[in-house]
Ligand binder design. Structure first.
Ligand code: SF4
Length: 469
């Protein structure tokens, strides 16, 4: 078991010291080498290896004291200078772009936000059009391009486009189901300059294959991960938490340990579109909170044992508040640092520092706002679309605090959460600016008491939802 402050002060010193070395300007890159003698499954890698998306809470970084505000300040908090591991703390908030490059997929996942069908869309962007888009992204200063799908390995020009983006100084990463990665493919991933591959896994073998809609998907994904690791490619798991799989979260850590997987992102479910069936799959709020608390404590146990692993939770900024509150009770000085870092991050960044382009070139606020586009990169450069505030949704997302309603409006942690996922609010309440129904924090924790509750339109009563369930 972890013993609070003693754990923080003593057992993390070695890990912090190694991390600081890597955080220095000019630190070496790509030293990750699983084949190296003495390699530990949970060794640190260099900053350049980390995949950072703005919806993520870096549990291991924040909870285990690996990053301080000074680390980001050292680079002026400028996205063109920050290492990838610190990009989420930039001040200029150049957007990371998720490109759903194809609709085609070899699986049929229950929670797929792309609603991918097996076949490619006949109107998908061509290689030449994609290169033009990459030119525009580079001109706008986009730091990272995430190739997603569908299943990106079904597009034959994946490696050509990855190499092209890397030549434009854009960091490139892949999000995949992992089932199509064999040894030659892994070599091509490496040679094309991709710095990270995130592989989706939604439970142990039986659960995963049911979710993925294909027998053998688990084994194929694990084989794909093995091929990546053998090539020295940074790889991590992507696990979407829901009612059917949350009890398998502990086993995900075991799978990581047994397979030398250095990173995991636990995704909260994001339901979008009014009447979304996915809402029924979401975890009840108490279980959601308990699962996040478990992730926190398991991460600390790993670090306390002298190992390290990168653990992130994604798509619920209530996790950042919870992490801050836990640290406040143990170590107020570190809690203050965490608050500063969370403020640098700014909470939900849909429409701000994260963007999505779909396979037909339409630009969205993030990968879940697929039912709303602000323009098409075939017609206008990405930067023009992203900075055009004539669309009320894009303008509202970029500056939303005054538009929010209910508990999010008067929450005392609005600066570090930014109202969480607006697309979830829209799905449940039909109102983009309603509270996020996935927030599991209590009224007391967010300061929703007494006088504030009596302000007109500020309480939960105007939304038919019980946040204590
Ligand atoms: S009440 Fe809203 S703004 Fe506050 S933590 Fe919850 S989701 Fe975020």
């Amino acid at each position: 078991m972890i013993s609070g402050r003693r754990f923080i002060v003593n057992d993390l010193r070695r890990a912090q010291s190694r991390w600081k070395t890597f955080m220095q300007p000019g630190a070496p890159v790509n030293t990750f080498s699983p084949g190296k003698p003495g390699f530990s499954p949970f060794e640190f890698t260099t900053p350049a290896d980390f995949d950072i998306i703005w919806a993520m809470i870096g549990v291991s970084k924040l909870l285990c004291g690996l990053v301080t505000p000074q680390d980001a300040q050292r680079y002026g908090r400028h996205s063109s200078r920050l290492p990838a591991g610190l990009l989420q703390f930039s001040a200029d908030k150049k957007p990371i772009v998720v490109w759903n490059m194809t609709r085609a997929c070899n699986l049929k996942c229950v929670h797929c936000y792309a609603s991918a069908s097996c076949a490619a869309d006949r109107d998908e962007m061509s290689t030449a059009e994609a290169m033009k888009m990459i030119d525009d992204l580079a001109a706008f200063g986009v730091p990272t391009l995430l190739f997603s799908g569908g299943e990106p390995f079904l597009r034959k020009d994946l490696f050509e486009l990855g190499e092209y983006a890397a030549s434009k100084k854009i960091r490139t990463v892949i999000s995949s189901n992992g089932t199509l990665i064999d040894s030659p493919t892994a070599k091509m991933i490496k040679n094309s300059g991709f710095s990270y591959v995130g592989v989706s896994l939604d439970g142990l073998r039986e659960t995963n294959d049911r979710f993925r809609g294909a027998d053998g998907a688990y084994d194929m994904a694990m084989a794909g991960i093995g091929c990546c690791l053998a090539e020295g490619i940074r790889v991590g798991l992507r696990f979407t938490i829901n009612r059917s799989n949350y009890e398998e979260v502990p086993h995900v850590f075991d799978v990581m340990s047994h397979n030398s997987i250095p990173r995991v992102c636990f995704y909260h479910l994001v339901y979008s579109g009014r009447g979304s069936e996915l809402f029924g799959e979401s975890l009840p709020l108490p279980e959601s909170r308990k699962t996040v608390e478990y992730i926190f404590s398991r991460t600390r146990e790993i670090f306390a044992s002298g190992k390290s692993v990168e653990v992130l939770t994604v798509d619920n900024h209530a996790d950042g508040v919870l992490l801050y509150l836990k640290m406040l009770a143990e170590d107020p000085r570190r809690a203050g640092e965490i608050m500063t870092l969370l403020k640098y991050n700014g909470g939900n960044n849909s429409g701000i520092a994260i963007a999505c382009v779909d396979w037909r070139g339409f630009v969205h606020a993030d990968q879940f706002w697929r039912h709303k586009s602000f323009g098409n990169v075939r017609q206008r450069p990405f930067g023009d679309i992203w900075t055009d505030l004539s669309d009320p949704l894009l303008a509202g997302l970029k500056n939303r605090k005054g538009l929010l309603k209910g508990r999010c409006r008067i929450c005392k942690y609005l600066d570090i959460c930014n109202g969480n996922f607006r697309v979830r609010a829209e799905a449940v309440f039909g109102d983009t600016w309603a509270p996020d129904p996935a927030c599991y924090l209590t009224d007391e924790e967010i300061g929703l008491t007494g006088e504030k509750l009596s302000q007109p339109g500020s309480g939960n009563e105007i939304f038919d939802f019980n946040w204590s369930k």
